[in-house]
Design a protein around this ligand. Structure first.
Ligand SMILES: Nc1ncnc2c1ncn2[C@@H]1O[C@H](COP(=O)(O)OP(=O)(O)OP(=O)(O)O)[C@@H](O)[C@H]1O
Ligand SMILES: [Mg+2]
Length: 606
């Protein structure tokens, strides 16, 4: 619990001026609450001076001398004026109540305003920090956690906003109001107060009992919310599959099943939040009943407005504090995952003093590299040297580890054993930014942002001019189809590029890589989605692009890489053959088999 408060404090620290001011106004509004009660008593005392309330005098006798005499003098002065028949004074006296109310209103408004001001900023900071943290976590983390879940974790942060914005005011204001009222009641008559409050210690019991339930159910709510988001995210992004396989009902049923769980957790929270209130009211009224019973027998006892007023007006703040308890438990439950995620360490460590990395003119060296995603080894003892400017083709069966090899080069993952070096620098000694800045990548799966075509190409070189973008597009043979789009380069591509054909997306990705102009080029089936004709054209563009760059090109269609100086054949995570097309064919190994198979499938032997 203390750790939780410390975290809250840290969140609000950048805004501590307003935060503290908010706390001060919270204190003031708590005090003002009691002041309203005192003013009412004072005004009643003045107006009904004939039935002068003995208890106010008792109370006054315990106030500091100066304050008490000022109070009495003011009262007498006004009463004197009143008896003199001045209606104006009566007006002044009765308007004291709205005046104090106004004071209380201003304090409580300012407290809520300032806390809200701090809360929304502190929480946006936290959300941005979480988002940045998650984005900087390695690829492996992001692929392990579903998008829907991660999104709802970032959304969970808003629960904290309510905590800081609303509950902080309650935490400060209500206890002060309760304590001052209890003090007043106690001053008037300690014995009665104790009798009236005898039920309150028992109030703590339901709070303690329900706290744990609320926390557990609160965590449940958040989990189900994440599940709902996951189902929705998957279904909307996979709507093509959902529709073509008639999965709508299945998905909706899954959604409803999640909602049913959500409802049961939610109802548990409602029960736990709402039960203590009535229980406390019953216990409290029990105290009042005992008091009345006592008063009925004690004929000398006189009812006191202030006393009864103080006791009765304590209920609502007590209820608020108790309700706050469950709010707090829910918040803790909802945010524990947020803080857990923030504490997740990256497995890809940035070196404290990164070595400068310049790939131009440097060879890439895979030095006895082994790698596994979990316990299954997908790359075994890879030994490969790619000279600067050399073009190497990587071929092999599906699942043989080609993409994994390039994942290591991009440092999405670190090798389990061995090292990858560019020039003399181990990738682990360079900064991640530097490593990735050396490479341009075109992959099997093209990722486009829901933005204009021009902006999607400019991803390769942020800040590129329109002329540069168009030149790159022309080189990627994308210029013509882009101009045919309704808004040309300013056409929106749709989420993940749905407004474009797969081949068009791929050409945009190639334009990106052209614009990036990096010394190392990684092509992972960059032309796999193009038809034969388009492929020939784009291949030309790629050939242009590869000139002078160190290139690793993964290809399924062997016809596209025959002219490569070096072809590396992988099988089951190992390099099994290397050589030129002619050499490998002559050897009659796996390459030769793949080649004859591919040629017959293509139906054409080049
Ligand atoms: N994120 C991952 N987590 C666990 N295993 C993975 C992951 N990605 C790939 N694999 C496994 O690693 C092996 C190599 O996969 P990889 O993607 O490198 O193959 P590939 O040669 O690129 O195949 P393809 O030609 O089909 O693209 C496969 O058996 C695959 O199941
Ligand atoms: Mg692959």
């Amino acid at each position: 619990m203390i750790a939780f408060w410390l975290k809250l404090w840290q969140l609000t620290r950048p805004y501590k001026g307003r935060f503290i001011l908010g706390l001060i106004f919270g204190v003031l509004s708590g005090l003002a609450d009691t002041l309203v009660l005192l003013t009412l008593a004072f005004v009643f005392g003045v107006v009904f001076i004939r039935t002068k309330d003995a208890n106010i005098d008792q109370l006054l006798s315990k106030l500091p001398k100066l304050l008490a005499s000022a109070f009495v003098q003011a009262q007498q002065w006004m009463a004197g004026l009143l008896h003199a028949g001045s209606n104006g004074t009566l007006l002044v006296v009765v308007s004291l109540v709205p005046l104090v109310m106004l004071g209380r209103g201003v304090c409580s408004y300012l407290a809520s305003y300032l806390m809200g001001w701090v809360a929304v900023r502190a929480l946006c900071d936290l959300r941005a920090r979480l988002f940045e943290h998650l984005l900087n976590l390695p690829f492996s983390f992001l692929t392990r956690n579903s998008t829907g879940e991660l999104m709802s974790r970032v959304g969970d942060v808003s629960v904290l906003q309510n905590m800081i914005g609303v509950s902080m005011v309650t935490i400060i204001k209500e206890p002060i109001s309760i304590l001052t009222k209890a003090a007043i009641a106690f001053q008037i008559n300690p014995l009665w107060t104790v009798i009236a409050l005898v039920g309150f210690p028992f109030c703590v019991i339901p709070v303690v009992v329900y706290n744990r339930k609320v926390r557990r159910a609160g965590a449940g709510i958040q989990t189900e919310q994440a599940n709902l988001n996951r189902v929705m995210h998957e279904s909307f992004t996979g709507s093509r599959i959902v529709k073509s396989y008639n999965l709508e009902k299945t998905v909706v049923d899954r959604f409803k099943a999640n909602q049913a769980k959500f409802i049961s957790h939610y109802m548990r929270v409602i029960r736990s939040t709402e039960s203590p209130g009535p229980i406390i009211e019953v216990l409290g009224s029990l105290g009042v009943a005992v008091l009345l019973f006592y008063l009925a027998r004690d004929t000398s006892a006189e009812g006191s407005f202030l006393f009864i007023g103080a006791l009765v007006s304590m209920y609502s703040p007590i209820k608020a504090v108790i309700r706050l308890q469950s709010e707090l438990q829910r918040t803790r439950a909802a945010t524990s995952r947020v803080f857990e995620l923030l504490a997740t360490q990256s497995t890809l460590l940035e070196p404290p003093h990164p070595a400068p990395l310049q790939a131009a003119g440097c060879a890439i060296q895979f030095d006895h590299v082994s790698f596994s995603y979990g316990d299954r080894l997908v790359l075994r003892d890879i030994q490969l040297r790619v000279e600067p400017g050399q073009m190497v083709a990587l071929v092999g069966r599906s699942g043989s580890g080609k993409t994994s090899l390039t994942n290591l080069l991009l440092r999405f993952y670190d090798p389990t054993e061995g090292a990858i070096r560019i020039g003399a620098v181990d990738l682990r000694q360079a900064s991640l930014r530097d490593v990735r800045a050396q490479m341009a990548v075109v992959t099997q799966e093209v990722i486009l942002f829901d933005d204009t075509i021009a902006n999607n190409i400019a991803v390769g070189l942020p800040g590129a001019s329109r002329a540069q973008i168009e030149r790159a597009a022309a080189q990627a043979f994308a210029h013509e189809f882009i101009l045919e789009k309704p808004h040309g380069y300013d056409s929106i591509v749709g989420e993940k590029g749905t407004n474009l054909s797969v081949g068009q997306r791929q050409r945009i990705a190639i334009a990106r890589a052209i614009l990036r102009d990096a010394p190392i080029l990684v092509l992972d089936e960059a032309t796999s989605a193009l038809d034969n004709e388009a492929e020939k054209i784009v291949q030309k563009a790629l050939d242009e692009l590869m000139k002078g760059r160190t290139t690793i090109c993964i290809a399924h269609r062997l016809s596209t890489i025959q002219h490569f100086e070096r072809i590396v054949v992988m099988d089951a995570g190992q390099i099994v053959e290397t050589g030129s097309h002619a050499e490998l064919l002559a050897r009659g190994g796996i390459y030769q088999k793949l080649y004859t198979l591919g040629s017959t499938l293509d139906g054409s032997i080049p």
